[in-house]
Design a binder for this molecule. Structure first.
Ligand code: 5RP
Length: 226
C-alpha cells in the first residue's frame, strides 16, 4: 500500500522520535554512580534528561550546555552545577544534527553550540545520541551553524562567501551568551578538521558548529552503537 505523503512524514517522524528515545535510554548505560554528567541540548537530550531523572538519586548532578536544558534538569530534580566548580567531567551526552563515519559532527541546530563545545572539550567521554536520519557520508547537507559576535556578522558573512558558502543570518535568535548565529548553506565538508581550524581563526567567530577536532567517542543510533 502506498501511503499518502502526509502519513509518510508522520511515520518518519514517529520513527525518528522512537530512535531518539532508544539512543537516549541506551546512553544511561554510560552513567556511573556519583557522576556529574555533562548534558547537551535538543529533543533527543530531552529524552535523556527524562531517563536520567529516573536514576537521579544515583548521580551527583549535571552540568548543562544551555539554559533550556538547565531548566529541564532542575524541573526533574537534578542539581545543576557550574562547569568551573565541577571540573573535568567523566561523561557528556548530547545529540547532533549530522554525524559522519568518523563520528565528526555538525551541531548547533538548537543554537547551543558554544556551551556544547565547551562541555565536550571538558569531558573524557562524549556519547552522541541520534536517529539514523542524522547519519551522512560527508558533512554539510545540514547548514553549518556558526555563533558570532553581533558586530562581526557581516564580516564573517563575507569571509564565508569567499569560501564558497551561503551565509544565512538566523534572525531573531540570540544565544545564551548574547551572540547571533549564521547558518552556512552549500558546503560539502570533506575535511572538517581543516575547516574548523580555518574558521576558528576569523575574528568575531565565537564557535563553529563542527565537532571534528574533538569528535564524539561513541555514537548511539537508536539501539545501534558506533
Ligand atoms: C543543539 C544541538 C542539538 O544536539 C542538535 O540540534 C540535535 O537536536 P535534536 O536532538 O533536537 O534533533 O546541537 O544546539
Amino acid at each position: 500500500m502506498t501511503l499518502p505523503s502526509g502519513d509518510r512524514m508522520t511515520d518518519a517522524s514517529n520513527n525518528a522520535a522512537a530512535q531518539k528515545r532508544q539512543a537516549a535510554e541506551a546512553a544511561l548505560g554510560f552513567v556511573e554512580d556519583g557522576m556529574v554528567v555533562g548534558v547537551g541540548t535538543g529533543s533527543t537530550v530531552a529524552f535523556f534528561i527524562d531517563a536520567l531523572a529516573g536514576i537521579r538519586h544515583r548521580i551527583r548532578g549535571a552540568v548543562s550546555s544551555s539554559e533550556r536544558s538547565a531548566q529541564l534538569l532542575r524541573e526533574r530534580g537534578i542539581e545543576v552545577f557550574d562547569l568551573n566548580s565541577a571540573g573535568p567531567l567523566p561523561l557528556y551526552v548530547d545529540g547532533a544534527d549530522e554525524c559522519d563515519p568518523q563520528r565528526r559532527l555538525i551541531k548547533g541546530g538548537g543554537g547551543a553550540l558554544t556551551g556544547e563545545k565547551i562541555i565536550a572539550e571538558a569531558s573524557r567521554t562524549f556519547v552522541c545520541i541520534i536517529d539514523e536520519s542524522k547519519e551522512v557520508d560527508v558533512l554539510g547537507r545540514f547548514p553549518l551553524p556558526i555563533e558570532v559576535i553581533p558586530m562581526a556578522r557581516s564580516l564573517v558573512g563575507r569571509e564565508i562567501v569567499k569560501r564558497g558558502g551561503q551565509p544565512v543570518w538566523r534572525e531573531g535568535t540570540v544565544t545564551d551568551y548574547g551572540n547571533w548565529i549564521i547558518d552556512v548553506h552549500g558546503w560539502r565538508i570533506t575535511d572538517p578538521v581543516a575547516l574548523e581550524r580555518e574558521l576558528n581563526q576569523i575574528p568575531g567567530i565565537v564557535t563553529v558548529g563542527l565537532f571534528a577536532r574533538r569528535p564524539a567517542d561513541v555514537v548511539l543510533v537508536g539501539n545501534r552503537r558506533r
